[in-house]
Design a protein around this ligand. Structure first.
Ligand code: FE
Length: 169
């Protein structure tokens, strides 16, 4: 009897794990219905023309075409003012200045997002490297990449394009 309970428990856990994997694969395919933490997000969906009319050429290139601004050229890599950073495209809260740190990379760098829902992670296979791309959960705008060499307390480094952000004092 005990063995069958153990077996049942094992099968149940295995099926949960499988369901989670399937869910993650679904997320990769459809991409965009939940944040990294699986929280549903009310999406802002616009056409390319609508985005083009509200963003500058560089902002469109970075946010909508997953481009990268040249290091040390953006408006915020050296910004030390206190305030918050919102999405340049949709205004969603993304980062707080309290979590910004000097990374030396030439891009604004943060060790954690403003909240658990605002950022969605995607695997990025560009340039034969596997990096984690981070996008705004609300509008799917490209922000930058996530690395594991950040400072305490998270050890994470969100390397973000200034063009994707708007600083609010
Ligand atoms: Fe956004």
């Amino acid at each position: 009897m005990k063995n069958s309970i153990l077996l049942f428990s094992f099968l149940f856990l295995a099926s949960c794990n499988h369901a989670q994997n399937v869910h993650q694969n679904d997320k990769k395919d459809t991409g965009q219905s939940t944040s990294s933490q699986g929280v549903p997000v009310n999406k802002i969906i616009k056409t390319d023309d609508e985005w083009k009319s509200q963003l500058s050429e560089e902002e469109y290139y970075v946010l909508r075409e997953a481009g990268t601004e040249r290091a040390f050229t953006g408006g915020y890599w050296d910004n030390k003012k206190e305030g918050k950073y919102v999405c340049r495209a949709c205004g969603a809260d993304l980062f707080d200045s309290a979590t910004k740190f000097k990374s030396g990379t030439g891009w604004p760098s943060f060790y954690q997002p403003a909240n658990n829902e605002c950022i969605t992670e995607h695997k990025d296979g560009k340039f034969e490297m596997t990096r984690t791309e981070v996008v705004c959960s609300k509008c799917d705008g490209h922000l930058g990449h996530l690395f594991n060499d950040g400072p305490a307390p998270t050890g994470l480094r969100y390397c973000i394009n200034s063009a994707s952000l708007k600083f609010v004092e």
